[in-house]
Design a protein around this ligand. Structure first.
Ligand SMILES: NC(=O)c1ccc[n+]([C@@H]2O[C@H](COP(=O)([O-])OP(=O)(O)OC[C@H]3O[C@@H](n4cnc5c(N)ncnc54)[C@H](OP(=O)(O)O)[C@@H]3O)[C@@H](O)[C@H]2O)c1
Length: 334
């Protein structure tokens, strides 16, 4: 049985990874968390062969203790908590520690390097995407032996359609749902988190195929016009797409545009972007369709994957009602 350390395991992205690894008896999982008593940590601790380990993952001594006896590591650093600069540092440092501890496999939860894909045009600069993208570039320069490495590059969670991306009632006709986003006619990828967990598991199960691979995963690339149409087909509710300008998007107050991205770091750090800066680059990256996924490859890896947003809506009984997704949002609302 291989022992896997999961960083970020209590989060929206980490939980399905831990659950996928806890299925069968091939893996024992150690989840590092700042609070082993949280609801999320306790739920995981009740899964077979899953233990929770108290500590801050952005601390070298804690990581050294957590890495004892570990064979593989899944790393999802939290750029929204620590900011881009620290995210780059810890991604690289974790790779180095994994090598020092002679691990077999390092799996990095990545995101698209929007700036690079957009030729470093500043309109695409988004720290929470770019930081992870830079770490993947670093990983790509590393050998695939003696330790395997893989990057699992994702995108917005499909579950965010009930939170960050949820539709709102039309002000003049409350029976109509409005899906509003600054996307123009762009198609944007969304990933079903349960499938995300299955891809992480596949990487560990199949190192011969996943070693040295940057796998870009999504359920489907979908335009918001189509999203509204599909929602109507599934729920019978009227829905429209409202293409927002970025100024209108930030005025709507979903995010505090002037707050710094990096809630657990020094807000005076001049390298930190504001939410306005960060999410301008974010939405421009998707609107201009800078990134691509190989869906034929994803079908081969996970033949039973959820293949469309419509299928996901039907499977989960999606109704457009709000439902919490991110642990950070829940924690900060308390
Ligand atoms: N939202 C999306 O659609 C999306 C999509 C792809 C990638 N991502 C990326 O995923 C990362 C966030 O993970 P998530 O989506 O799973 O978020 P989440 O549900 O909000 O979970 C946050 C995770 O980060 C840990 N954490 C929070 N604040 C921390 C701090 N100050 N110090 C140390 N650990 C802290 C939490 O662990 P504790 O148990 O210690 O609280 C928890 O595991 C971000 O880098 C984001 O860019 C997000």
């Amino acid at each position: 049985m291989r022992k896997v350390l999961v960083i970020g395991g209590t989060g929206a992205q980490g939980v399905p990874v831990v659950k996928a690894l806890a299925t069968g008896s091939e893996y024992a999982v150690r989840v590092i968390t700042r609070n082993t008593q949280s609801k999320e940590a306790q739920t995981l601790a009740h899964l077979p062969r899953v233990t929770v380990f108290q500590g801050n993952p952005y601390d070298e001594l804690t990581l050294r203790q957590a890495l004892m006896g570990i064979d593989c590591v899944f790393v999802n650093t939290n750029g929204f908590a620590i900011g881009e600069k620290a995210e780059i540092y810890w991604g690289i440092r974790l790779y180095e520690l994994a090598r020092e501890f002679r691990l077999q496999h390092f799996i990095y939860a990545g995101l698209e390097y929007g700036s690079k894909l957009g030729g470093f045009d500043p309109k695409y600069r988004c720290g929470h995407l770019d930081g992870k993208g830079k770490v993947i570039d670093y990983l790509s320069a590393q050998p695939t032996s003696p330790m395997a490495w893989s990057a699992l590059t994702s995108c917005m969670y499909i579950e965010a359609l009930a939170e960050f991306l949820r539709p709102f009632p039309h002000p003049d006709d409350p029976s109509t749902f409005v899906f509003a986003a600054p996307l123009g006619a762009g198609k944007c990828p969304l990933i079903f988190l349960e499938d995300y967990g299955a891809y992480a598991r596949w990487m560990l199960d199949n190192p011969a195929q996943s070693n040295g691979l940057n796998l870009h995963v999504a359920t489907e690339d979908i335009g918001w016009e189509e999203l509204a149409t599909v929602f109507s087909e599934v729920t019978g509710q009227k829905a429209i797409y409202h293409d927002l300008g970025l100024d209108e998007y930030f005025q709507r107050g979903v995010l505090d545009p002037d707050a710094k991205v990096g809630h657990s770091t020094d807000p005076n750090d001049s390298t930190l972007q504001t939410y306005r800066e960060n999410f301008t680059g974010f939405w421009n990256t998707w609107k201009d369709e800078l990134s691509h996924r190989d869906y034929a490859l994803l079908d081969r890896i996970l033949p039973g994957r959820v293949k469309t947003v419509k299928q996901w809506m039907e499977l989960t009984g999606y109704s457009g009602k709000p439902a919490p997704v991110l642990k950070d949002y829940r924690d900060r609302a308390q």
